[in-house]
Structure formats: structure tokens, C-alpha cells
Design a binder for this molecule. Structure first.
Ligand code: RB5
Length: 152
């Protein structure tokens, strides 16, 4: 599993910690910025990383901004992306088990680096449960198609 990683300036420190964590664990990843000292907009950063997922170069994404909210809003504009802001062990666990989250968003101004890494570890390690949750995600995909004016 290869992870696309990106942040804006507010998420830079947590993203840096995350890159070290992925490196240590031997998890393939690609860093789409921001670079040190660079001020960038979360919308642009999310688009770049999510396009890497949609074109098959990466399997999932972890995006970090100040709160995780802007990144989730931007990432969820893309069909097939289920971006979830997670801030605790419980939300990370549920985002994977019930929502099959394929994009974790974190708040660099919400979580200390050690807290953010603990959330990321759970999100990376937890499988999707399937079953009744599969049905709900199928409905979500159909809703997305209708909302975008596509045939479900
Ligand atoms: C940047 O100042 C901040 O607004 C951004 O990182 C994010 O928190 C938006 O959701």
C-alpha cells in the first residue's frame, strides 16, 4: 500500500513527523509538499495528492492542514474519495471499520505530533469490516453519482 502525503503550512510539522513514521515502518509513500517555509492553500495540496490516488500511483492519502477540515472538504470533492477527519483512536478505528476511509485528514493545530501519529497508525492498520457497511458505502457511491448528475 502506497500513501500519498501532503500538507499546507499549518500541517507541515505533523506531515514531517508522519513522513518519518512511514519511513520507519517501511510503508511506501510519496510526499507532495508543502516544502519548509512555504505558504500554500490546502485546496491545491489536496488536489495534487488525491490525483495521485485516482491515477493509481498511490492507494490512499494522508492530508494535514490546521484542522483537517479543509483537506477533507477538498478531498471529498473527488469521486470515490472517502476522506475522514480523525482526531482520536476511536474515530480512526471507525473511519476504517465502518467507512472504509481511503483518505485520512489530520489537524496539525489540533493534535500534537505523537497524537497524530497514533491516529495514523490505527487508520493504517485497521481493516474495513464490510457486511452492512458495504451496503451503506454502495449507497454513498450511488448518491455521489446522482449528486454529480451521473447514472448510478
Ligand atoms: C490555514 O491557516 C488553515 O486555515 C488551514 O490549514 C486549515 O485549517 C483549513 O481547514
Amino acid at each position: 500500500m502506497k500513501i500519498a502525503v501532503a500538507s499546507d503550512h499549518a500541517g507541515y510539522d505533523l506531515k514531517t513527523a508522519l513522513l518519518g513514521f512511514l519511513e520507519e515502518r517501511g510503508i511506501p509513500h510519496e510526499d507532495f509538499g508543502a516544502s519548509p517555509g512555504e505558504t500554500v492553500d490546502y485546496v491545491d495540496q489536496a488536489e495534487t495528492a488525491i490525483r495521485a490516488v485516482l491515477n493509481g500511483g498511490c492507494d490512499r492519502a494522508i492530508l494535514v492542514c490546521g484542522t483537517g477540515i479543509g483537506m477533507a472538504m477538498a478531498a471529498n470533492k473527488f469521486p470515490g474519495i472517502r476522506a475522514t477527519v480523525c482526531w482520536s483512536a476511536f474515530t480512526a478505528d471507525m473511519a476504517r471499520r465502518h467507512n472504509d476511509s481511503n483518505c485520512l485528514t489530520l489537524g496539525g493545530r489540533v493534535l500534537r505530533p505523537d497524537e497524530g501519529l497514533a491516529v495514523a497508525r490505527i487508520w493504517l492498520d485497521t481493516p474495513f469490516e464490510g457486511g452492512r457497511h458495504r451496503r451503506r458505502l454502495d449507497k454513498l457511491a450511488a448518491l455521489e453519482a446522482r449528486a454529480c448528475g451521473r447514472r448510478p
